[in-house]
Design a protein. Structure first.
Length: 94
């Protein structure tokens, strides 16, 4: 159910955006921050529903997924984190 969107999101936010930001800025920290904020804004639907809790949780997950991707150089852990996050948001009704 949420595997395909999670794969797509992680390819975009970690595989493309984070790698691009790190190459452009030369800073891993800034690259993680850029991808985490973009993830939080777009993936949680904040621009539509304005749930601050979901936004903060999304940015935190974006940071975690960025660090996991950097350490492993694999999208497996971020994809699993993304799926879990979507399930939790659905359970909480956010």
């Amino acid at each position: 159910m949420s595997i395909i969107p999670a794969v797509f999101a992680e390819v975009i936010f970690r595989g493309v955006l984070m790698n691009w930001a790190e190459k452009v800025t030369g800073s891993l920290s800034l690259a993680i921050a850029v991808s985490a904020i973009a993830y939080g804004l777009l993936e949680t639907g904040y621009l539509v529903n304005e749930s601050k809790l979901a936004l903060v949780a999304g940015i935190c997950l974006g940071v975690f997924n960025g660090l996991a991707y950097h350490k492993s150089r694999s999208l497996t852990a971020p994809i699993l984190g993304n799926v879990g996050f979507v399930i939790i948001l659905a359970i909480l009704g956010l």
